[in-house]
Design a protein around this ligand. Structure first.
Ligand code: GDP
Length: 204
């Protein structure tokens, strides 16, 4: 359903609808580069490719509830995302799992109390299963009052025993709307460096 990039490697953004993926994409792509005017840059819907580095950033479609989108279509999108991640796992340098930190715990607990596996828990486990390096962007931190408690709660529900700070290479408090992405970009840079891709650090 979703076309892979024409370049070798990519960073993907994945998460439910309305968590701030598009805002984050703009922070990544727009902050240091005037994309429209740079030669060798192709703009596709939700994907930016840099030919010189053979690198792309892909904002995968959001999943979960979307007003105006029916259940079957939502399932189709989720299946498409899963298939995309599975088929492209080898070329995904980092998967950025974006969540809305201000709503995450409530949503996860609601689903679990109904005996259902929450989308985000499912997705996170899947990313680990396919051996893709993962960073969680705990976004909308500006709406969170008790920062450490919330991040501990998020960590716990994703399978990382609290305190969250011992997982700070995985869990990155973020506020995309205000451009507060230092923790996230730091975590992404670590993963890129670990894979010998210091040439990509300039993007983050
Ligand atoms: P997407 O559906 O995941 O691509 O989400 P968007 O980037 O379109 O953002 C959804 C809404 O959340 C928009 O109204 C954004 O302005 C808002 N948003 C994004 N990041 C933040 C953030 O860090 N804090 C707050 N309060 N709102 C945010």
């Amino acid at each position: 359903m979703f076309e892979p990039p024409s370049v070798d490697d990519e960073v993907v953004l994945v998460g439910r609808s309305n968590v701030g993926k598009t805002t984050l994409m703009r922070e990544i792509v727009g902050r240091k580069y005037d994309v429209g005017k740079r030669p060798g840059v192709t703009l596709e819907p939700n994907r930016y490719e840099w030919n010189a580095e053979s690198f792309a950033v892909t904002d995968l479609p959001g999943f979960g509830f979307m007003s105006g989108v029916d259940e079957n279509r939502r399932e189709e999108i989720k299946d498409g995302i899963v298939r995309y991640l599975e088929e492209n796992a080898d070329s995904i340098l980092v998967a950025v799992h974006v969540i809305d930190a201000s709503a995450f715990i409530e949503i996860v607990d609601r689903w679990e109390s109904r005996g259902e596996v929450p989308h985000d828990v499912d997705l996170h486990g899947f990313l680990l299963d396919i051996d893709v390096p993962v960073v969680v962007a705990a976004n909308k931190m500006d709406k969170v009052e008790d920062r450490d408690d919330t991040l501990d709660g998020i960590a716990e529900r994703l399978g990382y025993p609290p305190p969250w700070r011992q997982w700070d290479e995985v869990i990155a408090p973020t506020c995309a709307k205000r451009g507060a992405t230092d923790a996230l970009f730091g975590a992404i840079r670590e993963k890129l460096s670990a894979q010998g891709r210091d040439d990509l650090l300039k993007f983050f």
